[in-house]
Structures are given as C-alpha cells and as structure tokens.
Ligand binder design. Structure first.
Ligand SMILES: Cc1cc2nc3c(=O)[nH]c(=O)nc-3n(C[C@H](O)[C@H](O)[C@H](O)COP(=O)(O)O)c2cc1C
Length: 360
C-alpha cells in the first residue's frame, strides 16, 4: 500500500513529465576541483539520486567573479561544460531529470576568491559573519556597489551560463534567488539601499531578478527556467522589513513569464532551518500560478499532506536526499532512513557523499 499517494503522483514541470513529486534540493557539497570543475564522483552522486522527479544541482557559479566557495563548481568555461556532461548523461541513463542551479555570490564572496578584488553587491553593506577561504575563516568584507553598466554585464553572464548549461545536457536551470546571494541581496532591504532603478520599492528591488530571469528565459526557454526564493530565510545575515510585500511582488512579476516553476525554501517549524516569522508561502501560492515547489523540514507525511491540501505541487528534500540516495524507494517501502553525517558535508572524497548505503 502506498501511504503517500500524492507525493507519488506524476507531475509536469515545463515540458518534462515527472514520475513523482520528489525534488532533490540544491546542496553545495564541495566536491569539484580547486578551479571549480566538476569531478567524476559528482556524476555518481547525482545518478544515485535519479529516482527523484527532479534533481536540482548544487549552486554553480555563473562567472569567476561570482564565485566564493571552496571546491564548488562553475559553468563559465568550456572545461566546466565538458565536465558537467558526464553528470547529466549519468542522470539521464537512469531516466532522471536535472536542473543546474545558477549562482552569483555577490557580497558573500571574498577577495581571496577574486584575485584580490572586492566582491560586489547592490550596496556597500557587509554581511555580518565569516566565510571559509583557503586561508581559513575570515570576516565578510564590505562589497563594492555595482554600477548599472556592471549589472547589465552580470545579467548577460546569467544568460551565457544558461546557454552553457543547455550545452552540458541539463534539462533546465534554476536561478538561485535565495539564501542571501546576489539576487536575494537585491531583493531585500537589509542589503539593498540603492536609490536608482534597482532599489527602493519592492518593484525596484525585484528588477534585477526580473532582468536575470527574462535574459535566462531568452537564452533558452521560459519553461526550462525555475526560480528559487527564501522569503524568510536568515542565512547570510538576511532579513527584510516586509517579506510579504517584497516577495509577493516578485512572485506576481515572475508569474507573467511562464516559468517551469517557483521554488520556495521556507522551513517548517521544528526544522533546523526554521525562522520564527509568519510564512510567506501562502501569499506566493496565490501570486504564482505555475508549479510551486516547497522546501524546508519536510518528511514524506508532511509533504504528502501539503500536496493533498493544494498548498504546493512538489516538495524538495535536502538533507533526506543527501543521506539517502534511494530516498524515493525508502519512502515507498516505509523503510528506515540513514542518518546524515554533518561532518562530511563539504569534505573532499566519497565518504559521506557517494557512499551512503541503499537498501539493497
Ligand atoms: C549541505 C547543504 C548545502 C546546501 N547548499 C545549497 C545550495 O547550494 N543552494 C541552495 O539553494 N540551497 C542550499 N542548501 C539549502 C537546501 O537546499 C535546503 O533548503 C535545506 O537543506 C532545507 O531543506 P531540508 O530540510 O529538506 O534539508 C544547502 C543545504 C545543505 C544542508
């Protein structure tokens, strides 16, 4: 007996038919090379999880100037495209579907990743906290505020990255607008205090997201493009004075583009990522009429109930997928789950990465 019929019902995302409503959430794992080229073990890792209706890769830098995480992959040069191909082929060989998450870190990068240059952001406001560099933990620096000419160049870099993702065999791309990275820095008023066309009202703060999304859709096709947002997320020192207004506006504007999906990361109470703020997800459900993915602290029962209630269409699982390559099989069988090993989240090698046991 299938105890989670809604989670196991088929769905459509853009032109893709998904056999179930499990999405693997994007997760940075630091298994690429020091110069941000994907490695063969990444093909093994993603293929192991290809039972998911949809896989979303770890965040992947669109440009060398947007990177800032040790051993995270990129998609700005030919070597990276060539090294992503075995990943997408391995997933497709197991009849899976995979989107690439497009990432620019903005103010959360560090000069050590940028040839000594300052990272950039909407405004010259530093995040509180520290970042990991090759020299160990260092405080975030105050970024340089982008000029409008530079903003236009970065929009073009997103589009070029989408073209490269397509060439690498991905089924689509997810624009990383969450978790305090560049797009989120523009969206929220803690980090965006611009007085030009890119700052001020929710509409102006959403302008960069909209320009990026339209450019990426233009480079490929809107129904191959998803967007991820984290309206109440506090990671990377983020907050907003009115998340419902900020993200409600963004979702209404995205709704008009005919995207593959909107992916909202907003952790449930009781989960380790939960922030005690009123949820914005119900507002976004009304604002965005396409497929909606929710994420954050879901287990199969909560996921099935949320889909059954019509609150969302699909659920992304992060840590459960990290520790259980055969998550979909385990849920179907009602089997026990592997516990995650938090000590190996970002360490090199197969341990705690591609060596989690399956049931068989
Ligand atoms: C190790 C790790 C890496 C993550 N990296 C990313 C990332 O690259 N991009 C992103 O949007 N979210 C990232 N996240 C957040 C997850 O996608 C997800 O939102 C979070 O784990 C909550 O979902 P869960 O409760 O199902 O794990 C990461 C989370 C973890 C645990």
């Amino acid at each position: 007996m299938n105890r989670h019929p809604h989670l196991f019902s088929p769905a459509r995302v853009g032109p893709l038919s998904l056999p179930n409503r499990f999405v693997m959430a994007p997760m940075t794992r630091g298994r690429a090379t020091a110069d941000n080229v994907p490695t063969p073990r990444m093909a093994t890792y993603y293929a192991q999880r290809a039972d998911a209706g949809l896989l979303v890769t770890e965040a992947t830098a669109i440009a060398a100037t947007g990177r800032g995480w040790l051993n995270a992959p990129g998609i700005w040069n030919d070597a990276q495209v060539a090294a992503w191909r075995p990943v997408t082929s391995a997933v497709h060989a197991r009849r899976g579907r995979i989107f690439l998450q497009l990432w620019h870190m903005g103010r959360t990068s560090h000069p050590d990743f940028l040839g000594g240059e300052l990272p950039v952001g909407p405004s010259a406001i530093a995040a509180k906290g520290e970042t990991h560099t090759a020299k160990g933990k260092q405080p975030y620096v105050t970024p340089r505020a982008l000029t409008t000419v530079e903003i236009a160049r970065i929009v073009g870099e997103y589009a070029a990255a989408a073209t490269r993702a397509r060439a690498a065999g991905f089924d689509g791309v997810e624009i990383h607008g969450a978790n305090g990275y560049l797009i989120d820095q523009f969206l929220r008023d803690c980090s965006n205090q611009r007085t030009d066309a890119y700052g001020g009202s929710p509409g102006k703060r959403a302008r960069f997201l909209l320009e990026v999304t339209e450019a990426v859709a233009g480079a490929w096709s809107a129904d191959r493009v998803g967007v991820r947002l984290s309206p109440t997320g506090a990671y990377n020192d983020m907050r907003d004075s009115d998340p419902v207004a900020t993200f409600g506006h963004a979702a209404r504007a995205l709704d008009r583009l005919g995207l593959a999906y909107l992916h909202v990361s907003e952790a449930l109470p009781g989960s380790m990522f939960h922030v005690p703020l009123p949820p914005v997800l119900p507002t976004l459900r009304k604002a965005f009429r396409g497929p909606l993915i929710a994420n954050g602290g879901y287990d199969a029962a909560k996921a099935d109930a949320a889909i059954a209630a019509g609150e969302v269409d699909l659920i992304a699982f992060g840590v459960p997928f990290l520790a259980n390559p055969d998550l979909v099989v385990r849920v179907r069988k009602g089997a026990a789950m592997n516990p995650p090993d938090f000590g190996t989240l970002y360490t090199p090698g197969d341990q705690g990465y591609s060596d989690y046991p399956t049931l068989r």
